[in-house]
Design a protein around this ligand. Sequence first.
Ligand SMILES: Cc1cc2nc3c(=O)[nH]c(=O)nc-3n(C[C@H](O)[C@H](O)[C@H](O)COP(=O)(O)O)c2cc1C
Length: 370
Amino acid sequence: MMTDKLLSPVRLGALELKNRVVMAPLTRCRAINPGTVPNELMVRYYTQRASAGLIISEGTLVSPQGRGYPFTPGIWSEEQIAGWRLVTEAVHAQGGKIVCQLWHCGRLSLPQYHDGQPPVSASAINPEIKMFNGAGLSDTVTPRALSVEDIQAVVADFGRAAKNAIDAGFDGVEVHSSNGYLFHQFFSACSNTRTDAYGGSFENRARIFFDVLDAIAKVMPLDRVGFRLNPMMNGMHGMTVDVDTVAMWEHVVRGANRYGLAYLHLTEVMDPKQIDGNPHALAQVSAHFRPIAHMPLISNGRFDQAKSEQFLDAGLCDAVAFGVPWIANPDLVERFARKAPLNAADPSTFYMGGEKGYVDYPALDPSLMA
Ligand SMILES: Cc1cc2nc3c(=O)[nH]c(=O)nc-3n(C[C@H](O)[C@H](O)[C@H](O)COP(=O)(O)O)c2cc1C
């Protein structure tokens, strides 16, 4: 029999969640105005979803250098802070909680976002993928390797962004340390061939991440900070799972145990093809990291209500993050409570479309959409 643990409250560090249905971070490219400032449309979208136990905001850029996509919001300017304040106040007014996902795309970017210059990364290694340019797809280029001074500037950007997130009214932050973006580019041997203090050993490859946690600790309590790992990105976003991938992530998680963080957000293997035939891959991500991580866990990746209850009952995680189901169901918690069917999502409007496919998915109770 299915239990209803998913709908029960839980505490993740200092974050008190009214239920365990987390909204996963979802880039929606709706910051369609100069300055990548959150707008009224985004306020409506997040307010509709305030029944989540916790909203993790879309990836939010810590600096112009971190850009990799069109119309993604930032959190380095006063205008952006003011825009985000409208979002957090509206979510709080509905009894919701929201943390800001802090993001730097590194080499997953295009020169068009950097005045024609290459983006930056751990090393000058082209991920050799195609990225969305606003109209179609473009080939990635060889990035510029960050100098040690540049790395210190990136660390400072994350510290400033965390401070700005607090000023904007967020309940905390999630460091986007995964999915092939900047930190992942440092962690992985396929994208980091540095020979200085930021390359080589596990300790060196993880250094920038822990420098960032130290910088964030100066501006906010770490029991309001989470981080994300998607360890089985294989053949996606230019990343591979190789002989030391699992050991590298274990090193990161063990190091993070010292910080008293709010949570670790883990993505399961989403498609068996992702790891087929790879002898270094993990089939069960939460089960592997649960005993290693001394902090609450959020699991993610193609979960439905039944699978969530199974994971929670088995003690594999403390909460579940849903991505696509939240896109199409502004009242996902209510639907789970009523065991009601879910709306299907329309992928053609994930990254474009204004109101369409963003704030117009129907709720069971139409007053939510007012
Ligand atoms: C449209 C879209 C945008 C996404 N944007 C982000 C993002 O900004 N940051 C991030 O960490 N993950 C992002 N993801 C990944 C999701 O957070 C989540 O891991 C993924 O959708 C799998 O969960 P699901 O099966 O419940 O959808 C995105 C996924 C989708 C579909």
